[in-house]
Design a protein around this ligand. Structure first.
Ligand code: PLP
Length: 355
C-alpha cells in the first residue's frame, strides 16, 4: 500500500456506500482512462471476469475458435472454456511473448478462421504490437490484450491494453498495483463497455421490476476496493520506476555469471518489469528455488505453457519449442517494490552460491 488508501477507504465508510457502486468506482475508472488514454473503462471483480465479459460481448461461444498466447497464466484463457469455445495456442519467439510468425501460420493453416486472439503481455513486457495489430486487422480477427501483468508498460509511447478491441488489467494481490482483488476492462468502443457493464450487473433490463432477457454475472468491483485502486494508480509511475530499478539491480549484480540471461525488452517497448525473470544455461532453476527457500525467500519457475497443461491435452497448438525451453530454464526472482536493495542483495548472494 502507498499510504493514501486508508484515507480514501475512510471516505467510503463515511459515505456508507459499501457496495458495488459509489463515487470511487467512477473515480477509479476515470484514473485508468486518464493514465492509459483509453476512452472507456469498467471496474470489475477480477481481470478473469473482464476477459470473460469481452468474449461474451463479442458473441463468442460454442463452435468458435479462439487463439491465445500459450506462454501465459491460466487466467488468460479460462474465459474461452467458460464460453464453450475452443482454444488454440500460439508459441512465443525470442521476445518471450507471442510469435507473430506462428500467429500467421496458425491463421493460414486452420480450417476455420478464429474469431478472436487473446494476447498476453508477459511479465509486464509488451509484445510486438505493430505486427500483431496488423495481422489481426488484415485477417478480421478481434484482438483482446491480456494486460493483467503489464499496467504501465508501453509500446512506442502507447500504453499496453489500448491497442486491441479490448484490454484488461488485473489488480490481484500479486500485481504491480492491487486492490486485493480486482480488474479493469477497457475499450475505445463505448457500446461494448456499456454492454459489459450491463452483463456484469446481472443483465437487468431498465425497469424498476427486475426483468431479464439474457443472463449476466455479478462481476462489479466494490466501492471500498475502488478506493484502494484510486490511491494505487497515483503511485503507478513510481512503482514502474522501482520495478525497473530492481531489474537493473539484478542484471548488474549477475553480470559476471555467463550462464544468466534476461527477458528482453523489444525495440520500442518499455516494460513495467512486473517480475524480474531470468534464464539459466546450465543450472536447474529448481536448485535455485530450493536454495532461496532455505533462506525463506520465495521464488517461482516461469509459467507452464498452456499447451503443456493436462487441461489442454486435446487442444491444438502452433509451437516450436520456445516456451517449453523457457519454462524448463527460467526463473522469476523476488521483485516486490517494497524490498530494499539490501534485501535484494540477499537474493543475489544465495543465487551466486548455486551458480
Ligand atoms: C493475474 C493474471 C490474470 C488474472 O487476473 P485476476 O485479476 O487475478 O483474475 C490473467 N492473466 C494473466 C497473464 C495474469 O498474470
Amino acid at each position: 500500500m502507498s499510504g493514501k488508501e486508508q484515507k480514501y477507504i475512510d471516505e467510503v465508510f463515511k459515505s456508507n456506500y459499501i457496495a458495488p457502486f459509489g463515487s470511487f468506482i467512477t473515480r477509479f475508472e476515470e484514473s485508468i482512462k486518464a493514465y492509459t488514454g483509453v476512452s472507456n473503462a469498467l471496474a470489475l471483480s477480477s481481470a478473469t471476469a473482464g476477459l470473460h465479459l469481452a468474449l461474451r460481448v463479442l458473441g463468442i461461444g460454442r463452435g468458435d475458435t479462439v487463439l491465445a498466447s500459450s506462454f501465459t497464466f491460466i487466467g488468460s484463457v479460462n474465459c474461452i472454456l467458460y464460453q464453450g469455445a475452443e482454444p488454440i495456442f500460439i508459441d512465443s519467439d525470442e521476445s518471450w511473448n507471442v510469435s507473430p510468425i506462428l500467429l500467421k501460420k496458425a491463421i493460414r493453416e486452420l480450417p476455420k478462421k478464429p474469431k478472436v486472439f487473446i494476447l498476453t503481455h508477459l511479465y509486464g513486457q509488451v509484445a510486438k504490437m505493430d505486427e500483431i495489430v496488423a495481422i489481426c486487422k488484415e485477417e478480421g480477427i478481434y484482438l483482446i490484450e491480456d494486460a493483467a501483468e503489464s499496467l504501465g508498460a508501453s509500446y512506442r509511447g502507447q500504453q499496453s491494453g489500448t491497442f486491441g478491441d479490448f484490454g484488461v488489467y488485473s489488480f490481484n494481490g500479486n500485481k504491480i498495483l492491487t486492490t486485493s482483488g480486482g480488474g479493469v476492462l477497457v475499450s475505445d468502443n463505448e457500446e461494448w463497455i456499456a454492454k459489459a457493464k450491463f452483463l456484469s450487473t446481472q443483465a437487468k433490463e431498465p425497469f424498476l421490476y427486475y426483468e431479464h432477457e439474457e443472463y449476466g454475472y455479478n462481476y462489479r468491483m466494490s466501492n471500498v476496493l475502488a478506493a484502494i485502486g484510486v490511491a494505487q494508480v497515483e503511485v503507478l509511475d513510481e512503482r514502474v520506476e522501482r520495478k525497473r530499478e530492481i531489474f537493473n539491480f539484478y542484471q548488474e549484480k549477475f553480470k559476471s555469471i555467463d550462464e544468466i540471461s534476461w527477458m528482453p525488452e523489444i525495440e520500442g517497448g518499455r516494460g513495467n518489469r512486473w517480475l524480474s525473470t531470468m534464464l539459466l544455461d546450465k543450472t536447474n532453476p529448481m536448485k535455485i528455488i530450493e536454495a532461496l527457500e532455505l533462506s525463506s525467500i520465495d521464488s517461482r519457475p516461469l509459467w507452464k505453457p498452456m499447451h503443456m497443461q493436462p487441461l489442454f491435452r486435446k487442444s491444438r497448438a502452433f509451437v516450436d519449442g520456445t516456451s517449453e525451453t523457457l519454462f524448463s530454464r527460467g526463473l522469476c526472482l523476488p521483485s516486490p517494490t517494497s524490498a530494499s536493495n539490501k534485501e535484494l542483495m540477499r537474493v543475489v548472494e544465495v543465487i551466486k552460491t548455486v551458480c
